[in-house]
Design a protein around this ligand. Structure first.
Ligand SMILES: *[C@@H]1O[C@H](CO)[C@@H](O)[C@H](O)[C@H]1NC(C)=O
Ligand SMILES: *[C@@H]1O[C@H](CO)[C@@H](O)[C@H](O)[C@H]1NC(C)=O
Ligand SMILES: *[C@@H]1O[C@H](CO)[C@@H](O)[C@H](O)[C@H]1NC(C)=O
Ligand SMILES: *[C@@H]1O[C@H](CO)[C@@H](O)[C@H](O)[C@H]1NC(C)=O
Ligand SMILES: *[C@@H]1O[C@H](CO)[C@@H](O)[C@H](O)[C@H]1NC(C)=O
Ligand SMILES: *[C@@H]1O[C@H](CO)[C@@H](O)[C@H](O)[C@H]1NC(C)=O
Ligand SMILES: *[C@@H]1O[C@H](CO)[C@@H](O)[C@H](O)[C@H]1NC(C)=O
Ligand SMILES: *[C@@H]1O[C@H](CO)[C@@H](O)[C@H](O)[C@H]1NC(C)=O
Length: 397
């Protein structure tokens, strides 16, 4: 349901925004003005076809246009390659929808786009890869690569800067879901690339990892020289902690279970933990159980664990809400909500992104207050606590 809703929302949203062309035309005019668009390098038709192609400013390196390539596009990939050959900067937008093109390599020279809507690649049934090999900058609400039936790879290896145009929002959407394509996968390098862009919102990326190329740096099991690990890392009492010293990324879950650890200092260089699905079918499996599974980090039964500060951890990604789950560790962690709030802030998570013994930070906090007031009067304290816990539950969403 969750994923379907996101998709539905996104589809409806995207369709609406592209239908309201006239209202947006004004924005485009303003943007064109603000960016000093050269009229000779502007293209104002709403759709690129053989009929409108002669008007496309083929010789410009900066083009102002909202390029729309849809099912009425009767041009070949070669003709588009020629048309976009010199275009390095695009101001306006780009939409490619319901075409039969096998790649978007005709945009291979594009380095930067500033868009009013998400840059979009949607419902292209023959699309195998994007091939946006020089694209490094996207300014605007984001990029969507969705519902392409045969998509195998992104091949967009140089993305570096995402800049939002909304005044108070720094997050830029990276929407990638092509669950209709059984062969679609993201490489570990692509996940690393996206995770290391601070402004990238990771909430709408679904899929699985491509078969990894195992080398000295990327391993399946922690060991000497490994900097990245693909697969779950399970730290148990017999685990050799020193093997994690150099690890920066886990493409999988981190589980710390039943150890005597007092703190997490052994994860000296860990920056990212990004779980992914092994199979798309798991999306369709019991959503209810998956809702609670697939944590990025699960820390359980470590009775001595009193510090939950990660030395370097920057961000985590998991499919569902509970990204970090702590259960049955040292009681101080659930007794004092400041540990919970501290870690949640450190990782920029919200609400139920982090739970300790089943409670969000707000619930722990209110539990504490309830405990205090229970000394004054148990029954009213209990009722009061229960109500605010309930309220905390809902407001956390
Ligand atoms: C794509 O190919 C299908 C099947 O050959 C055809 O029916 C459809 O019209 C084509 N669409 C475009 C936009 O060329
Ligand atoms: C991409 O950028 C590289 C390095 O600047 C350049 O050599 C190459 O020609 C560009 N690709 C295209 C298709 O323009
Ligand atoms: C991308 O953005 C960075 C940082 O703002 C800037 O230095 C760089 O010149 C931009 N690159 C392109 C191709 O626009
Ligand atoms: C947006 O930012 C401005 C100034 O940076 C601030 O005054 C305002 O409260 C913010 N609005 C919201 C909804 O966060
Ligand atoms: C993140 O976005 C903000 C504004 O939305 C921008 O000022 C900042 O440069 C971006 N950061 C990077 C690293 O691109
Ligand atoms: C943690 O260890 C206990 C005891 O060995 C085991 O029952 C439990 O399934 C483990 N939890 C996870 C998440 O692996
Ligand atoms: C960890 O807890 C055990 C008892 O469960 C205790 O014997 C041991 O001293 C503790 N170790 C540390 C480092 O606190
Ligand atoms: C919980 O914290 C309170 C003070 O905040 C303390 O009095 C109490 O002993 C603690 N309980 C446990 C089980 O640690």
């Amino acid at each position: 349901m969750f994923i379907e809703n996101i998709m539905l929302f996104s589809l409806v949203f995207n369709t609406i925004t592209f239908v309201e062309v006239s209202a947006k035309f004004e924005y485009f005019e303003n943007l064109a003005k603000a960016r000093n668009c050269d009229p000779k390098c502007s293209f104002e038709d709403t759709s690129l076809t053989r009929a409108t192609l002669p008007k496309f400013p083929t010789s410009c390196s900066t083009v102002c246009a909202e390029i729309v390539i849809k099912k009425d596009c009767d041009l070949t990939e070669q003709e588009l390659t020629t048309a976009f050959h010199n275009m390095k900067v695009l101001i306006g937008g780009f939409l490619m929808r319901e075409t039969n093109f096998t790649s978007a390599k005709f945009l291979a020279g594009l380095e930067s786009i500033e868009c009013l809507n998400n840059m979009q690649f949607i419902y292209n049934d023959q699309l195998l890869e994007l091939g946006l090999t020089n694209l490094s900058n996207i300014t605007g609400p984001g990029i969507s690569v969705t519902q392409n039936k045969k998509l195998r790879r992104l091949n967009m290896p140089n993305l570096k800067y995402l800049v939002s145009t909304e005044s108070n929002i720094t997050a830029v959407a990276v929407d990638i879901y092509n669950e209709v394509s059984p062969d679609f996968c993201l490489t570990t390098d692509e996940m690393k690339m996206i995770m290391s862009i601070d402004n990238a919102s990771l909430v709408s990326i679904f899929g699985k990892y491509c078969d990894p190329v195992i080398n000295g740096r990327l391993c399946k099991v922690a060991g000497a020289g490994c900097v990245e690990i693909i697969g779950d890392v399970e730290v148990t009492p017999s685990f050799k902690l020193e093997t994690m010293k150099d690890v920066e990324i886990i493409y999988g879950s981190l589980i710390i279970n039943g150890t005597n650890l007092a703190d997490l200092s052994f994860l000296l260089n860990l920056k990212y933990v990004a779980t992914f699905d092994s199979e798309y079918s798991s999306v369709c499996m019991s959503i209810q159980t998956k809702f609670l599974e697939n944590n990025a980090i699960l820390i359980e039964n470590n009775f001595n664990l009193t510090s939950i500060t990660f030395p370097q951890l920057k961000r985590i990604r998991s499919k569902f809400l509970n990204s970090i789950v702590l259960k049955s560790n040292n009681r101080i962690l659930s007794n004092d909500s400041s540990y919970c709030f501290g870690l949640r802030e450190e990782l920029n998570l919200r609400g139920f992104g982090l739970t300790i013994d089943g409670s969000s930070c707000e619930m722990l906090d209110k539990g504490q207050n309830a405990e205090k007031s229970s000394r004054a009067g148990w029954s009213s304290g209990f009722l009061f606590g229960f109500l605010i816990v309930l309220r905390g539950f809902f407001s956390a969403f």
